[in-house]
Design a protein around this ligand. Structure first.
Ligand code: UD1
Length: 422
């Protein structure tokens, strides 16, 4: 297994261009299957999760090429709506294929995407939404069979604003007969991007970005060319890395409006942030201030996907901060690893009480999930001495060669791959 070795203590400095958003690209690639033809998607990041999605699409009969950030995806020859269990299990986002496959083929067979290190991650809202559109759903162990002779628009209320369920329902409803209204919808920017893509294919959807989305079903969709939005979580991770190392970093290709809650919290921590169009400049030279209370909640509140990275900054702050995680119950596993680096954190139910320390110290730590892994990298960059981050395949799911990005900003970081035996 690859690992990252970091010599900490060097402030990051320089300019970096932010990659396209993984969480927008994954549903958009799945949605391509709603049209028969060749779609071209730009700014698709080079990530493990993206490769898994493309492999699933190839398995279904599509032709897919991913070169220099552009995916050319020909869905004409897709001939099956059954996703193999082995591929389904590699990534939770494979569940995004359920709505599009059902809409295109009238049936689909998928498997439960499997447990995840950060919590239970149910799919009941996805299934209820598709049922409301007329699907019959049979659950046989971990196999899910969905059938619908035709999908018919419906009024659907989500009891929780699930990102994935909102997206699955939008994709299926795009080809349903009549109008679908999704109330209690998730409002994340990635949902607006999916709406943009579906409408570019000829769908009639309004409301993404608010809690009510209206989809007027159309008979068919046409392939198109589309560009993915910048990744707000990668941008946020680098902003926090700049602040934790007391560096000066300029991020290009960002959408600052997507980062409002993070910017607000970082400013409260005393970090200087300057916004100029799609550029964000982050600078910090002093010890961060504690932030009394941060609570992760659905967008536009503080994102769960930046909770662990933000916590690293708080471990170095002057004072006591509280970080409460409300989205995923198992998402405080990085606390143990950060403690090994000298952080002073106590967990009480789903809250972490972080007492800032003057410095962290290098250690050998393990990435337990994608964002926890990113947090440990930030901690390693800020720490005194050498940090080894293991299990970095989690990090590769969401960051395109993180060591290259950080080296470009002056970090002393290298990837070590085991030498194959033979
Ligand atoms: C998406 C993001 C992920 C982010 C999360 C929350 C992608 C590919 N991933 O994941 O990075 O952390 O949003 O912002 O876009 N839930 C149910 N029933 C369901 C679905 C969800 O109870 O049918 C619960 C989950 O268990 C969880 C919460 O809702 O507690 C949030 O999940 P959801 O918004 O669906 O997240 P994902 O779409 O899986």
């Amino acid at each position: 297994m690859d690992k990252l070795v970091i010599e900490g203590g060097k402030p990051l400095s320089g300019t970096i261009v932010i990659q396209g958003a993984k969480n927008a690209a994954l549903p958009i690639l799945a949605a391509s299957i709603l049209a028969k033809g060749t779609s071209t998607i730009d700014h698709v990041p080079g990530l493990l999760d993206i490769e898994v999605m493309l492999n699933i699409l190839r398995e279904l009969g599509c032709r897919a090429e991913h070169t220099e950030g552009t995916v050319v995806l020909d869905t004409l020859a897709a001939h099956t709506s059954h996703v193999p269990e082995s591929l389904m299990k590699q990534m939770r986002s494979s569940i995004f294929l359920m709505g599009p496959l059902l809409a295109r083929f009238g049936e689909t067979q998928v498997y439960l995407p499997g447990g995840c290190a950060i919590g239970e991650r149910k799919i009941d809202l996805h299934l209820e939404g598709l049922k409301a559109l007329g699907a019959e759903i049979e659950e046989l162990g971990n196999r899910i069979i969905c059938r619908a002779e035709k999908l018919v628009g419906a009024d659907i209320h989500l009891s929780f604003p699930s990102v994935g369920a909102t997206e699955n329902i939008m994709m299926a409803a795009a080809l349903a007969e009549g109008r679908t209204t999704i109330s209690g919808a998730a409002r994340e920017p990635e949902i607006q991007d999916l709406q943009g893509f579906l409408n570019a294919m000829g769908a009639k959807i309004i409301g993404a970005g608010t809690d009510t989305i209206t989809v007027d079903g159309v008979q068919s969709l046409t392939s198109c060319r589309y560009q993915i939005i910048p990744d707000r979580i990668v941008a946020g991770t680098l902003m926090l890395a700049a602040a934790a190392t007391r560096g000066q970093v300029t991020l290009q290709n960002t959408k600052p409006a997507h980062l409002t809650s993070l910017i607000h919290v970082m400013r409260r921590a005393g970090v200087q942030i300057v916004i100029d169009g799609d550029i964000i400049k982050v600078g910090s030279s002093a010890r961060p201030k504690a932030v009394e209370r941060i609570v992760t909640s659905p967008y536009p509140a503080f994102p769960t996907d930046l909770q662990s990275q933000m916590m690293v900054l708080l471990t170095l702050a002057d004072g006591v901060s509280i970080m409460k995680e409300t989205i995923f119950e198992g998402r405080l596993k990085h606390v143990d690893e950060l403690s090994r680096m000298g952080a002073d954190i106590r967990v009480d139910m789903n809250a972490a009480i972080v007492r800032g320390v003057p410095r962290l110290y290098g250690a050998t730590v393990e990435a337990t999930d994608l964002r926890a892994g990113a947090a440990l990298v930030i901690a390693g960059l800020a720490a005194q001495g050498k940090t080894v981050v293991e299990q970095i395949h989690h990090i590769d799911r969401g960051y395109d060669r993180i060591e290259a990005t950080l080296s470009h900003l002056g970090a002393r970081i290298s990837r070590y791959s085991p030498v194959p035996n033979n």
